[in-house]
Design a protein around this ligand. Sequence first.
Ligand SMILES: Cc1cc2nc3c(=O)[nH]c(=O)nc-3n(C[C@H](O)[C@H](O)[C@H](O)COP(=O)(O)OP(=O)(O)OC[C@H]3O[C@@H](n4cnc5c(N)ncnc54)[C@H](O)[C@@H]3O)c2cc1C
Length: 414
Amino acid sequence: MKVTIIGAGIIGLCSAYYLQEAGYEIEIIDKSDLSDGCSYGNAGMITPSHFIPLAAPGVIAKGIRWMFDAKSPFYVKPRLNLELAQWLWQFYRSCSKSKALQAAPVLRDLNVFSKLCYRELATNPDLDFNFEEQGIMMLFKNKKAQQAEIETAELANELGVEAKVLAHGALQRYEKNLKLDVLGGVFYPGDAHLYPNQLMQQLIHYLKQRKVQFRGKTMVKNFRTENNQVTAIQTLSGETIPVDNLLIAGGSWTPKILQTLGIKILLQDGKGYSVTLKNPVNRPSIPSILAEAKVAMTPMGDDLRVGGTLEISNLSPKINPKRVEGILESVPHYYPELKIGPASTQDVWYGFRPCTPDGLPYIGKIKPYKNLSIATGHAMLGLSLGPVTGKLVSEIYQGKKLSIDSPLLDPHRF
Ligand SMILES: Cc1cc2nc3c(=O)[nH]c(=O)nc-3n(C[C@H](O)[C@H](O)[C@H](O)COP(=O)(O)OP(=O)(O)OC[C@H]3O[C@@H](n4cnc5c(N)ncnc54)[C@H](O)[C@@H]3O)c2cc1C
């Protein structure tokens, strides 16, 4: 049996990994040259601690304030567009405490399962992607952020995700390399991190060696269908590729791809930036998130990556230098010995996080097509949830009982 996968991001590759393990023949099609994209330049954090969805109570009020600050970590590019309006409406409806509490155990289960998968992948002698289980620190400077982080830590402990609320001195004992200038923080010992660029390249190499076929620089434009089955893919260059089973893991482009099949899903791109310092003299020993600034700092191998910002940008490739400045300028407020930047445009990486309105991914079959599934919408958690998503996709095609089964993941839920 063959599965064709559109999208060679982390979700497509992990799906290929577990499907080929289950004995499927796999072909992966991607419009890129398989060397970059959202799954490469991200912050590399594997985060059981992130069980609160993007749509959470208080986000709307904060988001509106941030819209008027050029260096803030959040922005929606204003435009008259029905899909954006519908997405924003559903996002607004999802920003309630009850919805967040419903989502939290599902995100926890996905995250915890996925981290265990990474632990297993890291023991594969053919894969070496700097997987480190050192935890991460949420650092805060002011009382308001402290209050919010303590509440999240309490909920984490209730949900079985270990969280230690620490004052400055205790935190400093974890962070051995650099002085911290913070009020305190929460340490999540169960989190991990890795070097995503290495993971992606190694997965591609590993899958190629196992006869997975890759077609890079191939843009899917249309489909042929018959009796509620997708029978072929048509590419921009005019090729027709026959299909037995199809998985669409097209990240932020998935709505465009599905549109040609007459299917609508609510999904917006959340553009983010990162800058990677190669072999810097100073770098933190443990990854952290700067709570007020919403900036992620991750030591990766010998390098340091700093990333942040979420702009609903309509897939705009423009780099907004003010927002990048905002990310880099926040760093010395927390790590006074670490001054970064300014970065030139060619040093700035950007990627589009595929964001659903409720912060939970879409994983499942797509009606009315009998041989079509999608896996996307992982927003800030795509790297973390790659392996568990791949496992679920493989279970879907095998007709097995799903390891994690929730109506909150249904692609038709809106
Ligand atoms: C700054 C930043 C920091 C982040 N940090 C983290 C983190 O620390 N931890 C974490 O878990 N997540 C993080 N993320 C999120 C994570 O990177 C994404 O959720 C994840 O990469 C999405 O993976 P994907 O496979 O769904 O999409 P993508 O990686 O975007 O892959 C989709 C693929 O589909 C292809 N495609 C699209 N349309 C077509 C078409 N028509 N024909 C052929 N191919 C097509 C694209 O070329 C692309 O390669 C971060 C993101 C950003 C931007």
